[in-house]
Design a protein around this ligand. Sequence first.
Ligand code: RUQ
Ligand code: CUA
Ligand code: CA
Length: 701
Amino acid sequence: MGTDGDQVDPGGEDRTPEKEHASERPVVTKHGAVVSRRAALGMMVGGAAVGVVGAKVGFSSSSGGDLSGTATEMGLDGPAAQAALKTYVPGGEYDEYFMMSSGGHSGQVMVYGVPSMRLLKVIPVFTPESWQGYGFGTDQGNIVLEEGSDPAKSNPLRWGDTHHPALSETEGSYDGRYLYINDRANGRIAMVDLRDFKTKQIFDVPNLQTSHGGCFITPNSEYVHISTMSPTPNTPSGYAPLSRYKEDFRGFSTWLAIDQNTGRFIMDESFQIELPPYTQDLADAGKLTSFGFGFINSYNTEMATGGNMNMDGSMDPAQSLEATATKNDYDFMHIIDWQKAEEIFKAGSGLKTINGMTVIPLDMAANEGILHFAPEPRNPHGVDVNPTGDYICVGGKLDPNASVYSIERIKDAIAKQDYQGTDDYGVPILTLESVLEAQVELGAGPLHTQFDNEGNAYTSLFVDSAVAKWSLGPKAGKSDADSWKLLEKLPVQYNIGHLVTAEGDTVEPDGRYLVALNKWSIDRFPPVGTLHPQNFQLVDLTTPQMEILADMPVGNGEPHYVQMIHRDKLKNVIQVYEPGTDPMNFTTSPYATAAGEERIERKGKDLHVYMTAMRSHYTPDVVEAQQGDVLNLHITNIEQTPDATHGFAIPQYNIEASIDPGEVVNIAVPLNRAGTFAMYCSEFCSALHLEMQGWLQVAPQ
Ligand code: RUQ
Ligand code: CUA
Ligand code: CA
């Protein structure tokens, strides 16, 4: 691409509206229709729209103006002005990609547009969110949060640390149906339905105390995988002295089957594979030539347990976990044949049940060829399978190399039993020479790898604060002479963790864009106190050299990993529910109420109110109850206009709901306090939004 201003095509029409009073400024919709701002806000009184729809509003006639003059005025040099143009997406136009981002400790998922890097949505997952009424008394949020909370741990769990999002796949490509994401803190996994971008299930996976890197999906969404991070004692009390780490502690590789119609986990068809307590970490699924395999890194084959200070106060710094878990030259990549595991699981003999989960015991996994180890340079980080499935790329972290294993070699070595021996648990260890295809020296701190459509790999270098672009081998379409070469290093700001390329972990990556997920921003943004935003940097992959196009401060949670999906793949997304929908399963709710069918029914102490909401009133808007009743509100938003969401709050009872058009929300409130309580719409929905209110009367006993 050149750098001349003449390639800028303003689209044949100038979209700059005439200068008018801001509140009267027209709105240009996606399809070029011009509506008044008031009409776009849908201000309705008694059902009639106020304002003029479809009136043509004049535009200024200049087309583009003096671009270089504007660039100079804004203090932008050529490349900066070019970057601005490449990332600008006018209002009413849509970004080409969606980035589904973990929200870290916020417990949520963020959705960003690429290339504009605009935040489009925050999806509440593990943590209550008041705008969307998630976890403040409505059935959906409460069902999901409570179903996913083990009361023994906390009462109930109200936070998570979202880490690794995994989009559902068909034949190795994103299919836009579901998004899965693990909770690193609590060993849980959640499912977001991409029809309405809402969380439908949180599953607290048995036997996982925590879970870091194990979240991935198999190429036809057969299974979502999640594994342990901190191994946990497998004893009845859940306690074991650390001196019995080797005997009593175990990791688990979990294969959760998915209901293809709902995206939900099917416990009966899911299983775990017992693993040694080596601290299993990042993982990926095989695809195409490596279909049927899963790969999991580990970093504590030393089985270190820490202990740098004793209870009597004496110090023993040499015993710190960081020192003792980095002693071995090699840790083990776990190679799991999940199809074999599935056969054994279905055959059903010799299995264990631990905390309700069917488990393939470790000795069985070793003896039946389900589990093999391959040595990998000490304490590696990411393991990423390239688009053809042939190469498994391990980021060295402490080692400057990407170590590439080939599935062909792995299969051969397994067939020939090319073992250097077994570990202490009897798991066969393949010889490094038999399985290692190549090592490419990239620089300091290689972590994660993504791929483009031309046989190249991109690895984050945490210590170097750089992205390394390098070439894969012949199976990825490179000539022998062009294989396994470091091609370019792009400095990023600063200390990159993950990175993503467009559809970069599917069988058909797009190239195009890369986003560096930097942990530190230091001086890139104005100071906002002592906790700094993190920094997402958008990188252009279409230029001869990689170029940074934009910095985006991330001021929420600590994002870990993202996946970037083309917007065309999100074909199931809806804007309005069918009238009377229960969003949990997209069926008509038994509590759906149409206009004119509103009613109040008493069954003993249970008071059922079948309520409707529309601009700008609830029916009924006054509810009279007795102290000691249980109020069951069934509220249907009877609107079908996109965006016509209503809220419903009874602050004195800590109730806050959001009801989208067509949606039914159920709220059960034990009325333990008498009083006259205001209820109101908490979403600015209409000109008479403030009038959308009512009273809950609770007469004293
Ligand atoms: S890993 S610290 Cu995704 Cu690099 Cu979590
Ligand atoms: Cu409905 Cu405000
Ligand atoms: Ca180690």
